[in-house]
Design a protein around this ligand. Structure first.
Ligand code: E4P
Length: 218
């Protein structure tokens, strides 16, 4: 499963990219608003693309097909790795089809049902982003959605990649992998949590203490 980092925070992106642990980036207007300050978001997308060699999702904010297309084309010009993120609305699906036909990669976002995911695939989306955590937030079964989309896409040979989104903790990531999501996007905090295990910490502490009794160097 590809690991995408869900942030526009350049220092977090640099940290994860330096560790060569990420395959791409997803952003959304809220994440951009958190970190951009008074910088032009387009400059930030460019900088992200310089740091990470992989898909970088940049979202449109228009609500009709034509505006989305204009914004999507502008975003796509920033860098070859830009993936235009579009909301799962009727207009968003129309813009998705048009951008796909132009050869621009797309990520259809805010997906909360299998029927929506079906339409994203029919519109030729490169990625569909089902939001697991936000379904859990309203007492639903977010992971069930990933299961069902996987089954439908496999039944009919749809090539749209399932990008499990709104992953809030390591178990979400593990379950997405077990189901066979193509990619998962997570905040930096969750990425680093994947590496943590108390037995690793305890084991390392004991190994270092024992080695120190030797008074030797490697
Ligand atoms: C995905 O593309 C979204 O940016 C993101 O995963 C949403 O996560 P949240 O529900 O934690 O805000």
């Amino acid at each position: 499963m590809k690991i995408f980092l869900d942030t526009a925070d350049l220092s977090e992106i640099r940290r994860a990219a330096d560790a060569t642990l990420i395959d791409g980036i997803t952003t959304n207007p809220s994440l951009m608003a958190k970190t951009a300050g008074n910088r032009d978001p387009k400059e930030i997308y460019r900088e992200i693309c310089d740091i990470v060699d992989g898909p970088v999702s940049a979202e449109v904010v228009g609500t009709n097909k034509e505006t989305m297309l204009t914004e999507g084309r502008k975003l796509a010009q920033i860098h070859d790795n830009i993936v235009v993120k579009l909301p799962l609305t009727e207009e968003g699906l129309k813009a998705c089809r048009a951008l796909t036909d132009e050869g621009t990669p797309t990520n259809v976002t805010l997906c909360f049902s299998v029927s929506q995911a079906l339409l994203a695939a029919k519109a030729g989306a490169t990625f569909v982003s089902p939001f697991v955590g936000r379904i859990d937030d309203i007492s639903g079964e977010g992971m069930q959605l990933i299961h069902q989309i996987r089954q439908v896409y496999d039944n009919y040979g749809f090539e749209t990649q399932i990008l499990a989104a709104s992953l809030r903790h390591p178990q979400h990531v593990v379950e997405s992998m077990l189901i066979g999501a193509d990619a998962g996007t997570m905040p930096p905090k969750v990425l680093w949590m994947l590496a943590k295990h108390p037995l690793t910490d305890q084991g390392l502490e004991a190994f270092l203490a024992d080695w120190a009794t030797l008074g030797a160097e490697i």
